[in-house]
Unconditional design. Sequence first.
Length: 136
Amino acid sequence: MSPKGLFRILNRIHIFLYRSSRGRILGNIMGSPVLLLTTIGRKTGEPRTVPLVYAADSQQYMVIATDNPAWYRNLKHKAQVSIEMQRDQWQIVEARDAREQEAARFWEQFIQQTPAFKSFRNQGNHQLVVLEPINI
């Protein structure tokens, strides 16, 4: 099995355990909470869900896109996405790249939650993404 195939299987297991336990299992990784982000595939039009660690700031949630992953490319195609958090909440959110003045503050939040992010910050190409709830 290819590493990509193994990663997909592990992702599906993570999502299944997260949802069936309402976030009690795999709802927290290394001190950071985890949400499920569902985008719409830009090529397939099908929903695509990934687990991501996040930091919260008032009514905003921040996630990190490292090395231009598929979920990030999907949300750049369609910025309206949904998130599921530990308490089985679905929210429709608008996704956008963090503004330059926000980035330092958001990185500090991630580092406070999980000190390992301090060294992670300097590895790879990272884009901070802000998820803001939409009033429907």
